[in-house]
Design a protein. Structure first.
Ligand code: ATP
Ligand code: MG
Length: 589
């Protein structure tokens, strides 16, 4: 099933979409519910016949039949309660499974800038807490609505049949209920939205603190982080109590209405029995029906609450689903198998969505297939930005990128990304074994020999031998049990194993010593002769063999050429080179 959120459905319309595939289950559930409810409203009438027959001093057989009928209604309820549970709760689990699946698939298609402006904890909260609220509504919520409706549509009529006058008198206080519902509906909705937003804050804060725990401990700011977290927690409690306040006023108010009805019934009904205008059996049956009505009365409050909460949550899920996916602007025209690995960039400029200064200005260069491009330059000069544009993580404001002669803007995102193996500046590893991390992009991850050969090429061979479980060593969340340099090399091995035509290394050997870095790069050159390589590094010595070197500064190409040409030019590159050489020699001596 595909869930459509791009035609801007309301939360209510979307709920119908979610339930549509399970219509049959809902119908079976409804049928079971009606059978249970019919069996449940019978006993007071049976009781009435039993009491009336006692009053008239009739035979024992009527009493026996009544007893048997009571037993039968109990048995029917037992059996069919089992079924409605299966059908309603089953439907709710299946539909939120569909919703969660759709949201997750959609999230993975969203562009990079969505994730730079949205906190992970917030997304997590939508995927868990909000979905939980929706599940509650789709399961128990629907069940209660149908159940309560049944009682409202049947019990008053049976009561009318027993005594129209008494029923009308006792029902009068119930007119208050719709008035009360209208009064609280909106406040519950708004307060629920606040509560869910606070829960998101809380999850985000917990998520950021836990993933940044080393920084927090390093700066010894545990105490202040604990108090910030506690403040968030207090705000959540405050909003939750605000919501509970309305609920705790609403429920007793409903109970009061029911109790008032009971008193009215007792007074007028009692007098009518004494006067002989109704039988004792009818009076007792009416009392039982009043009691039975008290459940749907309470259910109204409950349903309004669950409904408003779930619609607030549904709106939050829909916000995610309405985000336009990254592929929306693509017009697929070129097939990936026809794309080569030569890169030509002309007059490229780009400004980040939230930035005021351009990140890149008038970048042009040309790289043949199989060549290596080195990019260096001061921090924040736009090196990573250039790589992000090549991989179409962002769209340029002006200029053109050609890959294999084809305009990158015309290459479908999926085909374009399949050209690249990327080692990002910030290493991210999954909490799996080293082998599974290296063979991340492979269908078959059960090839230890293949993983080992890529580990060797990434210079990780020696380290693997020191790990107790070698390739099978499990990594903690984000690979906490590896050193920075080891993580970078696992990440490099993962890129090599992907075997893509263009290899992009963003400063990925910064945490490795110069000597090891040289070895890794030499082995790379040997093994990836046919791949086009783009290597970003602050260590210029690592780039000296590149076919082309770009020295970026402030988003612009300050100098460009081969290592030799740039040295001869005796400009900024040459000066930076001399400084790095001098520093290295000083460190050696
Ligand atoms: N997502 C973003 N939104 C707005 N500005 C950004 C974003 N990412 C980077 N920038 C800015 O763009 C400029 C270039 O950043 P970039 O990451 O490309 O630098 P870099 O050359 O890779 O630096 P480093 O050597 O530290 O990795 C910086 O001024 C940075 O603050
Ligand atoms: Mg960078």
């Amino acid at each position: 099933m595909t869930l459509q959120a791009d035609n801007h459905p309301t939360p209510q319309q979307f709920t119908v979409q979610l339930l549509a595939p399970y219509k049959k289950h809902l119908l079976y559930g409804m049928a079971s519910l009606i059978i249970v409810d019919v069996a449940d409203i019978m006993p007071p009438v049976i009781l009435k016949y039993a009491i009336d027959s006692i009053e008239r001093g009739q035979d024992f057989a009527t009493l026996a039949w009544c007893g048997l009928a009571l037993l039968l209604t109990a048995a029917i309820q037992g059996v069919f309660r089992f079924f409605w549970r299966q059908f309603f709760l089953g439907t709710s689990h299946h539909s939120v499974y569909d919703l969660r699946k759709a949201m997750f698939a959609h999230l993975l298609k969203l562009p990079f800038h969505y994730f730079s402006r949205t906190r992970t904890g917030d997304i997590m909260s939508r995927l868990t807490n909000d979905i939980q609220e929706i599940r509650f509504m789709l399961g128990i919520g629907i069940l209660v609505v149908l159940d309560a409706s049944f009682y409202f549509l049947t019990v008053p009529f049976i009561m009318m049949w027993l005594s129209p006058r008494l029923t009308l008198i006792t029902m009068t206080p119930f007119i208050l209920i719709p008035v009360m519902v209208v009064m609280v509906k909106n406040s519950i909705h708004n307060r629920s939205k606040d509560v869910q937003a606070r829960l998101s804050d809380l999850s985000s804060r917990a998520e950021e603190n836990l993933s940044g725990v080393r920084v927090i401990k390093g700066f010894r700011i545990e105490e202040s982080e604990i108090s910030r977290f506690n403040r968030c927690g207090l705000e959540f409690v405050r909003d939750k109590i605000k919501l509970a306040n309305i609920e705790s006023l609403f429920h007793p108010a409903l109970d009061l209405v029911v109790a008032f009805g009971m008193v009215v019934l007792l007074y007028f009904g009692g007098n009518m029995v004494i006067a002989g205008s109704i039988t004792l059996g009818s009076f007792i049956a009416l009392e039982s029906y009043m009691l039975k009505l008290s459940w749907p009365m309470m259910a109204i409050g409950w349903i309004i609450n669950i409904y408003q909460r779930s619609m607030a949550s549904m709106e939050r899920c829909l916000q995610v689903l309405r985000e336009p996916p990254a592929t929306a602007s693509d017009q697929p025209q070129t097939e990936s198998n026809s794309i080569g690995a030569a890169i030509e960039v002309s007059d490229l400029s780009f400004t980040y969505p939230e930035a005021t200064q351009p990140g890149l200005k008038n970048i042009s260069f040309k790289l043949e297939e199989g060549q290596t491009l080195g990019i260096t330059g001061p921090v924040g000069s736009g090196k990573s930005t250039l790589l992000r544009l090549l991989m179409k993580m962002f769209h340029p404001d002006s200029g053109q990128i050609k890959i294999g002669g084809a305009d990158a803007a015309q290459i479908p995102l999926k085909n374009l990304r399949e050209l690249f193996a990327y080692v990002p500046q910030e290493t991210f590893l999954f909490s799996e074994s080293i082998r599974e991390n290296i063979l991340f992009s492979q269908e078959n991850k059960d090839q230890p020999e293949v993983a080992r050969s890529f580990a060797d090429r990434a210079g990780l061979g020696g380290d693997l031998r020191d790990f107790p479980d070698g390739l099978e060593t499990m990594l903690g969340e984000r690979g906490v049990n590896l050193s920075g340099g080891q993580k970078q090399r696992v990440s490099l091995a993962r890129a090599l194993a992907a075997g893509r035509p263009i290899l992009i290394l963003d400063d990925c050997t910064s945490a490795v010593d110069t000597e090891t870095e040289q070895k890794i790069l030499a082995s790379l050159r040997q093994n990836t002769r046919r791949s086009t390589c783009i290597i970003v590094s602050h260590r210029m010595v690592s780039l000296q063999n590149a076919d082309l070197i770009i020295y970026l500064d402030n988003g612009e190409i300050a100098e460009m050429g081969t290592h030799q040409q740039l040295l001869e030019k005796n400009g900024r590159y040459a000066r930076a080179w001399q400084r790095q050489r001098l520093k290295a020699e000083l460190e050696k001596s």
